[in-house]
Design a protein around this ligand. Sequence first.
Ligand SMILES: Nc1ncnc2c1ncn2[C@@H]1O[C@H](COP(=O)(O)OP(=O)(O)OP(=O)(O)O)[C@@H](O)[C@H]1O
Ligand SMILES: [Mg+2]
Length: 232
Amino acid sequence: MIRLKQLSMHYTLGGSRIDILREVDVDIAAGERVAIAGPSGTGKTSLLLLLAGLERPASGSVVFDGRPLEALDRDQLADLRRDHMGIIFQSFHLVPSLTALDNAALPLEIAGRRDARERARALLDKVGLGARLDHYPGQLSGGEQQRVAIARALVHEPKLVLADEPTGNLDDRTGAAIGELLLHLNAESSTTLVLVTHDMAFARRCDRVLQLTGGRLTDMNPAREPAHAQPA
Ligand SMILES: Nc1ncnc2c1ncn2[C@@H]1O[C@H](COP(=O)(O)OP(=O)(O)OP(=O)(O)O)[C@@H](O)[C@H]1O
Ligand SMILES: [Mg+2]
């Protein structure tokens, strides 16, 4: 599903260079749930941006479903994200001028699907927001906003869901509930999930935990077979 081949990336700022990834090789199978852990500032968000084709590597390749992302131009990458990826950011990234329903329907609206609002409503029901459809993001709690963001990320049934600390901005109890919800919805649809989290208890609920430190991704439980993996 996803293959990272000799992937290297760095930022250069004011003459100094920050290495994010050094020749990383990783395979993620379809349906697998992978947690990326690691200290602050090691490059976990940057790695998700590479997977989404929102950043370009210095060298190496991100292969998504057999397609090397570096061979695609901006428009092709945007199409790929629209059709096959759902992205959940730590800070929700909802459109403030749209209601919960319209936010959740957005990926399908953009794709021109007539059933956009109907499907968004069904998904918002599933995440427990059936009574908040007409609320704007500013009228929702943090946990509610994140549930709208999850609904929006899943509404078009993407092949890949990328989540950057989806529980990071929430209190412990709400965070745990949102984490459970995400894993539950993911198991239901057997979508590939790559999530970044500081929370090791949450990370261990995934099939595999990869630790990012010093530009390397280390498998923290290499012996375990992924529970949801299907042949790629
Ligand atoms: N656009 C950029 N230009 C230059 N340096 C950057 C840029 N974006 C991130 N960095 C630097 O790259 C490093 C990795 O950033 P990144 O956001 O990927 O870390 P992270 O592991 O997600 O951290 P956190 O756990 O705090 O979210 C940081 O040191 C950051 O300052
Ligand atoms: Mg980050």
